[in-house]
Write a protein that binds this ligand. Structure first.
Ligand SMILES: [Zn+2]
Ligand SMILES: [Zn+2]
Length: 85
């Protein structure tokens, strides 16, 4: 009597940092510490993405013209001026 049942609570180890915690807190821990925050912002709008892949996909759908314009502009800047004074 009075002896605590050790191991009755399902403990588990975080696969990323090795911290041991109750299984129920693992999800919160993962979200708190290891969930990659969506931090790649589209430069044309306020949308934020987790991967560059999805950003590029989004831009090619919603900002195709803007991207082309931007590319053209940087291309023009790279060229020597055609007008010599
Ligand atoms: Zn962890
Ligand atoms: Zn966008």
């Amino acid at each position: 009597m009075g002896a605590q049942m050790r191991g009755s609570v399902p403990y588990c180890k975080c696969g990323l940092c090795g911290k041991t915690m109750r299984r129920t807190s693992l999800r919160t821990h993962m979200q708190d510490k290891h969930q990659p925050s969506a931090d790649i912002q589209c430069c044309f709008c306020d949308k934020v993405f987790r991967t560059y892949n999805s950003l590029h996909k989004h831009q090619s759908v919603y900002h195709r013209e803007q991207r082309l314009k931007q590319r053209a502009r940087s291309f023009m800047l790279a060229l020597p001026s055609p007008h010599t004074p």
